[in-house]
Design a protein around this ligand. Structure first.
Ligand SMILES: [Zn+2]
Length: 319
């Protein structure tokens, strides 16, 4: 058992229930939202987030991990309001989402300085609240491990080792850079069992995925509804293939859905991702997977036990 910080207080890992490990209640560009606030409507954003999360609850999901951090305008009071209104447990993250550079105020700071920021979010509270982070997020994309990305990953590792909260990454699967992330994390002494390599479902490269699995990391198969790297139509077959290979105990599935996101106009998102929602998995993908012969127990292990064990491996790292 492990204690986990949710936005409404601590829970233990047996209370997670079916969990979506990678969904965003809201993603915004903080610079644009601060300087041009007329472009945003917080009440509307809240409404849309609540609608999705309520639908998720009706589909039997009890918990959502929201990996929005610096770079995506994380707002823990927004998360708390959605959680209180819907009854779904929400777990917020600390960390940084940048694929190349740190912002100027952090560029010349040390790895330990950045780790202390993460530790404060986990132990004291986020954004001057008492709401604490439950996991750590870091990112690598097509640019690979830039000097600043390396600093963030090493800081994430040190914050994990101090606090026992798990790590989730963003990757560019086509560049196979989940392996580079594991190299850095392991160099800092992190057990791969405490790590989810995010967006691992964005590739058909089974050799890459086998290497991640053999190193005991979890694979985030977490973009159902989106065509990135592989088409959304191919994703259920991809999940099926991994399950049939016997590695379902190392999979975490989700949709990377954003209640709202300011990267595109809303109608635009619907045109290129018509199925994308927080209930695409429960409504479309799981019934399909079960029709193909996957037992409900397997899905329950993925949705409940794997998430629980990810937190527990992190908490019991024996560092
Ligand atoms: Zn995401």
């Amino acid at each position: 058992m492990a204690n986990i910080n949710s936005v409404t207080g601590a829970i233990d890992s047996t209370q997670l229930g079916p969990t979506l490990t990678h969904e965003h209640l809201r993603v915004r560009s903080v610079e644009v939202a601060t300087q041009f606030p007329h472009l945003y409507d917080r009440n509307e954003e809240l409404q849309l987030a609540k609608e999705q999360v309520l639908a998720v609850r009706q589909a039997g999901i009890q918990t959502i991990c929201d990996p929005s951090v610096m770079g995506q305008d994380r707002d823990v009071l927004f998360m708390k309001e959605v959680s209180e209104c819907t009854g779904v447990t929400i777990i917020a993250a600390t960390g940084m989402y940048t694929c190349r550079d740190l912002p100027e105020p952090l560029r010349n700071k040390s790895i330990d300085y950045i780790a202390e920021l993460f530790i404060r979010d986990i132990e004291v509270g986020i954004q001057n609240t008492e709401i604490k982070a439950g996991f750590i997020k870091c990112a690598t994309d097509v640019q690979g491990i830039t000097p600043d990305v390396e600093k963030i990953i090493r800081a994430a590792a040190r914050a994990h080792r101090r606090t026992g909260v798990p790590i989730m990454t963003h990757t560019h699967a086509a560049s196979r850079n989940g392996l580079d992330q594991l190299d850095l994390l392991e160099d800092e002494g992190v057990t791969a069992r405490a790590v989810v390599i995010g967006h691992s479902g964005d590739t058909h490269d089974m050799d890459y995925l086998s290497q991640l699995l053999n190193r005991h990391a979890y694979l985030g198969i977490d973009r159902f509804g989106l065509s990135v790297g592989i088409s959304n139509q191919e994703r259920p077959a991809m999940l099926l293939k991994l399950i049939r290979q016997g590695c379902h105990r190392q999979l975490l599935v989700s949709q990377d859905y954003c209640g709202t996101i300011d990267w595109w106009e809303r109608g635009e998102v619907r045109s290129f991702a018509p199925d994308w929602s927080m209930t695409h998995l429960t409504r479309d993908v799981f019934p399909y997977i079960m029709e193909q012969g996957v037992a409900p127990d397997i899905l329950s292990e993925i949705m409940v036990n794997n998430v629980r064990e990810w937190f527990e491996h992190a908490a019991n790292g024996n560092y």
